[in-house]
Ligand binder design. Structure first.
Ligand code: OAD
Length: 251
């Protein structure tokens, strides 16, 4: 199977700087449900406004906390899949490789990727809602009934993820934007390209002259802007791409 046109493969081979932007789809094959896929998506049961906003949390802190406890159990039991692992290897091929993720599951780091730019925070982190400072899990009590409280100020504890109506971590966003603006190739992998500002990064790269490759079994608002669309699961396509790049004969 030919994944890319010869001229595109040539551009990828010659790339000095590559950005991979991942979304929930890359963890789907690890058994972590995506947000928006019909039936299996978590959002099919709850709307984002019910669970993933500061307002919803303040209204029903225990309910929202419990949802994240469940998701944390799910993600900590999940294992990185061949898609995550292929990205670790791809990073070694190019002089500069920036992995930017919208995922909070930590699976890229567990697969062996280093220096991952986490745009939406991490589910493994717990923060004081008021102070915004991290709180270690050994330092608070969760009785399973009332919302856990900050041991310092008594404020509510929350997961260290970015919610709707909240800003992204400025340093992570700035780094992602800089990388997108200056890359030769951007791979958009397993994201519905619906949530901004992350969804704007591939277009920023394209406007700056990069080759834009989308890897997703379904089409998204980004598809019509992509130079190449590799329509399939990331756990298959990324290892194929790696094989292609590792083997000089297949050019
Ligand atoms: P979505 O759930 O919106 O989209 C997942 C995408 O993955 C869809 O386009 C699927 O077609 C695709 N997909 C499914 N299985 C795949 C596979 N095996 N390989 C490749 N692609 C696959 O997830 P995100 O785009 O990540 O934000 O959502 C963006 C943000 O919206 C999330 O980070 C989260 C959510 O609200 C916050 O929590 C702040």
């Amino acid at each position: 199977m030919s994944l890319l046109e010869p001229s595109q493969l040539e551009r990828l081979r010659a790339a000095r700087s590559v950005v991979a932007l991942t979304g929930a789809g890359i963890s789907a094959e690890s058994g972590v449900p995506t947000f928006r896929d019909a039936q299996t998506g978590l959002w099919a049961k709850y709307s984002p406004e019910e669970l993933a906003t500061p307002e919803a949390f303040l209204e029903r802190p225990r309910f929202v906390w419990d949802w994240y406890v469940w998701r944390r159990q799910l993600t900590s039991a999940a294992q990185p899949n061949p898609g995550h692992l292929a990205l670790v290897e791809l990073a070694k091929i190019f002089p500069s490789f920036t992995l930017v993720t919208q995922n909070v599951d930590g699976l890229h780091t567990r697969a062996g990727s280093t220096d991952v730019v986490e745009l939406h925070g991490s589910i493994e982190l717990t923060l004081c809602f008021d102070e915004r400072t991290p709180v270690s899990e050994n330092d608070y009590v969760d009785d399973g009934k009332t919302p856990p409280r900050c041991p310092r100020c008594g404020g509510l504890l929350r997961p260290g993820v970015v919610w709707f109506n909240e800003s992204l971590p400025p340093a992570a966003l700035a780094r992602a934007e800089r990388a997108a603006q200056s890359c030769d190739v951007l791979l958009s992998i397993g994201t519905s390209s619906l949530v901004h500002p992350a969804a704007g990064l591939p277009l920023l790269a394209k406007r700056s002259g990069a080759l834009l490759i989308e890897i997703n079994p379904s089409s998204t608002p980004l598809t019509r802007h992509a130079d190449a669309v590799l329509a399939g699961p990331a756990g298959q396509i990324l290892p194929e791409l790696l094989r292609l790049l590792s083997s000089p004969k297949s050019a």
